[in-house]
Design a protein around this ligand. Sequence first.
Ligand code: CMC
Length: 389
Amino acid sequence: TGAVTYDPGFMNTANAKSAITYIDGDEGILRYRGYPIEQLAEHSNFLEVSYLLIYGELPAQEQLDAFDNVTRRHTLLHEELKGFFGGFPRDAHPMPVLSSAVSALSTFYQDSLDPFDDEHVERSTYRLLAKVPTIASYAYKKSIGQPMLYPDNNLDLVENFLRGCFGVPAEQYELDPDLVNALDTLLILHADHEQNCSTSTVRLVGSSQANMFASISAGINALFGPAHGGANEAVLKMLRQIQAGDVSPEAFMEKVKNKEDGVRLMGFGHRVYKNYDPRARVVKGIADDILAKLGGDDELFEIAQRLEQKALEDDYFIERRLYPNVDFYTGLIYKAMGFPEKMFTVLFALGRLPGWIAQWREMMRDPATKIGRPRQLYVGAPERIYPGV
Ligand code: CMC
């Protein structure tokens, strides 16, 4: 079978040709379908960006209206899927609840599972875009013992999600436009990031011709890990530890630099960005605005800024080219919005969903796609004789 290349973590292996997202890690550039992330964050909205990622072009107004309409009309979950939530323990983390429910969608929508049928793929696309926010808000409601709220199709995806999380049946939920806009922008920043761990997982699972629900459920599980999407939750835990006085910022930094117990400065470092993460810059601006408006936890914000400052001046971080990534400040914003820490990575998943869908679709249509099947270097025992043979 010839020589194989040893490349742990696929540092130098391209597994796909993709026309979706461009990253230049040295220059700190991120573009979706050619459009700079900064322009999209300022001028577009999450629905339009989702369309752009999935279909390749910005939509004309009628196309955007039709897309908006179809995603609004599919927000309801099957009543029997609702029952599914009762099977989890009360204190369940919403990420595995989300991935389980997304996996279960393939049992409810057996009419859209053929990965090579364009109409099936379309149906799975809008079902996922519309239902994942509903699932996420149900998972949250379940964890706090409040009744689940049926979505209201007069609202768009982001508004519905916020109402689904923070509304109660007993009173009208007042949407705060600043909060809606901030969340919308954060979702745009998370919407795709080429072949990151969860997206590569979606592609790997899909490469066996598994359906879109199954593939994306796997991606959600990959995102859960603290080295990936789970970092936003881990950052807050780290900041709270420092706030509680368990460890001073200085002592914490020493631990990180000495690699004690594998401690890392969470929210720092990136496989591709080696100068700065352009998403982190936009996030910092939102953090300043939202925390000023909603009154976030100033003490935690201060600790985060102190850690960032210390790291940026420290040789350990300079030599390794470690900078704040998108997750460093997002947790503080989500906290100020009222989300508990357990929901942070779910918010990342909501943002990344259109990217996963776009990448899965691109792969399925690419004639060069082959089943994902890496090789290995065998380092185990040579042939041995079973006792008695
Ligand atoms: N704190 C301390 N040291 C670090 C950190 C960090 N956050 N990140 C990397 N390093 C060190 C690492 O120990 C290694 O040092 P040495 O050369 O002495 O062995 C060097 O920097 C290179 O790190 P690596 O682990 O080989 O780099 P990678 O590309 O494999 O890992 C990463 C990238 C994001 C997993 C890593 O930087 C990390 O664990 N960061 C903390 C978790 C985090 O914030 N993750 C979110 C990533 S961005 C959003 C997302 O994709 O979900």
